[in-house]
Design a binder for this molecule. Sequence first.
Ligand SMILES: Cc1ncc(COP(=O)(O)O)c(C=O)c1O
Length: 455
Amino acid sequence: MRLPADFPDRSPQGIAAVIARLVTDGVLAPGDRLPTVREIAADLGVSPATVSSAWQALARAGVVVSRGRAGSFVRAPRRDWLTRRLQGLAGPVDPAVLDLSSGTPDPALLPALGDAFARVSLRADAGRYHDLPVLPELAAVLEASWPARTETITVVDGALDGISRVLGQVVRFGDRVAVESPGFPYFFDLLDALGAEAVPLELDDEGVVPASLTRALAQHPSAVILQPRAQNPTGASMTTRRAQQLAGAVRAARDGDRVILVEDDHSGMIAMAPDVTLGRWLPDQVVHVRSFSKSHGPDLRIAALGGPRRVVDRVIARRMLGPGWTSRLLQAVLLDMLTRTEAVEAVRAARLTYRDRQEALVGALRRHGIALPPPDGINLWLPVADERAAHVHLAAVGIAVAAGGPFLAGGAAPDADGPYVDGAAPGFVRVTGGLVTRGAAAVAAELVAASRATG
Ligand SMILES: Cc1ncc(COP(=O)(O)O)c(C=O)c1O
């Protein structure tokens, strides 16, 4: 079998790039068998080892799958439980790869759970279905650390759970919702699921640009979603000055007092910037959500949600008709970890370690001529000349990063059969720099090469 393509660059990266293009362009469909390594090697006049390296890179990038003697095949969609946008985001399931695509914390930096579990009651609390959904002691600790006075605080099963429930109460089918772009892909899918239209907000180093919020408010959105710290994907953290300006923009807008602002402090205690909320100026309109996923572990599924009663109580009441509350056992574990010196120290150390790792990577990128604003949290947003070529280059050296397209409101339609890449076009990739434990200079060198690669 011959492939309908030219191979101007016969290095492993060059060969892999051509195949990836054939897949993205639909010339090769999911399930198609690739020619054998020997066939291609003979055809191109290169060694089988060169083709084999290209095939391995494509497998690591999730473009093809090897089925041993049967050959290599264009990969069919996997992870059917994810939306198409999120399938494009997910990295490879391959331990040989340095996976910087995940946006998840380093398991080695999470506080140990064993002691906390040993200390909480070893018998599940029988409780009552009508008890308060949040442990009063935990509510007190949260209140003391909240960035502004708030009417009420409850606990939910992660930031996304809380945000989804708030939007479920305040957004109706056909409404508009202002959201950062680039921003968190799950929000775009969530808005699609609610039948709402995303109104994109622009960002700079200090957070959302006030003029873009003013423009969005003129379209009368029912909600605005903001990430005050360690914005995913850019890493920008909002300054207090910017928060005040944004609150001013809401006050100045016609019907601005009707909009609900949902703040997603997803990085919480591992963010370096101080906690900030527009709730300081707009207490009746702001729901602030603090996740403990990055600091204490995504699998705890715990976040705190504070805001005006008229919104939070509706969320609580609606949840009583489903899961009811967040396991009090887990709430007790979180309370223990928020009040014990060892766990508090572990989280503090994690925060500084992420900062050091990100600084090392950004510093090395700068020495190669790529200057990025210092990112807060665990991610950085890297501009690349050609997104697809960048992925293929990185896959060839065993590094996975997240595609940029899913982070853009109204971004390209995801290609469910391969990496989510909008053809050969300039763009971005998101790199979870907080997971680069060593060799920052070498990783940076590959990121730079990837950022310049073209198909
Ligand atoms: C912006 C943003 N929001 C929400 C979440 C999810 O947080 P949680 O695990 O608390 O649901 C993440 C996770 O990476 C995130 O990046």
